[in-house]
Design a protein around this ligand. Sequence first.
Ligand code: ADE
Length: 234
Amino acid sequence: MSLHIAARDGEIADRILLPGDPLRAKYIAETFLDDAVCYTDIRNILGYTGTYKGVRLSVQGTGMGIPSISIYATELMRDYGVKKLIRVGTCGAMRKDIRLRDVIIAQGATTDSSIIRNIFGGSINYAPLADFTLLRQAYEQSVKQGIPARVGNIVSVDRFYDDEIDNDKLTQYGIMAVEMETAGLYTLAAKYGAQALGLFTVSDHLLTGEACTPEERQTSFDDMIHIALETAIQ
Ligand code: ADE
């Protein structure tokens, strides 16, 4: 058992899907996995291990924001030896050519979080990157499913409500979308020598103010989960 995860040694698979919302973890386990067993419910952050197409796989909530995902990602890699981590989440679109329900793969994760400064000091602006093998596999899977993913740079912000951030400049420099965790996941995966990927569906649009209906959210979420599961078992 680690500080925030109640699993015993061996109860977590070497590959894991990471939604922010713990109830999404429950949904994924109950809908897509066979023989899923809950291994943790500390703070209601739920984690399950089961199988998908015969391959052992786990799914666990991370909470919101880099501080929260950093706790779970660190303990999963350091204490349980998890080697492949795929974040599955939603994001807000920041460019006109990105539409609601698009699937996004974060090739890089720009951030305003202090995690980079805290690790590297003042002069290095480390670039948190996806694992290329996972990225290629997820992209190929998205093409196979007929929903080619958009691949590029996203921004992992510290504040959901942020009146000061310069979104126009970020957009001008190619940032496709905003979420709140992936830069932390990529940086820590590099530290622990693990593979990490961030996959998202667009749930809202910062330029138009549009947002998915609950039904649209569910359908596009399921499409993304299929891409993530097929990638995770390779
Ligand atoms: N996740 C989904 N939409 C978001 C937004 N607009 N900002 C930050 N994180 C998000």
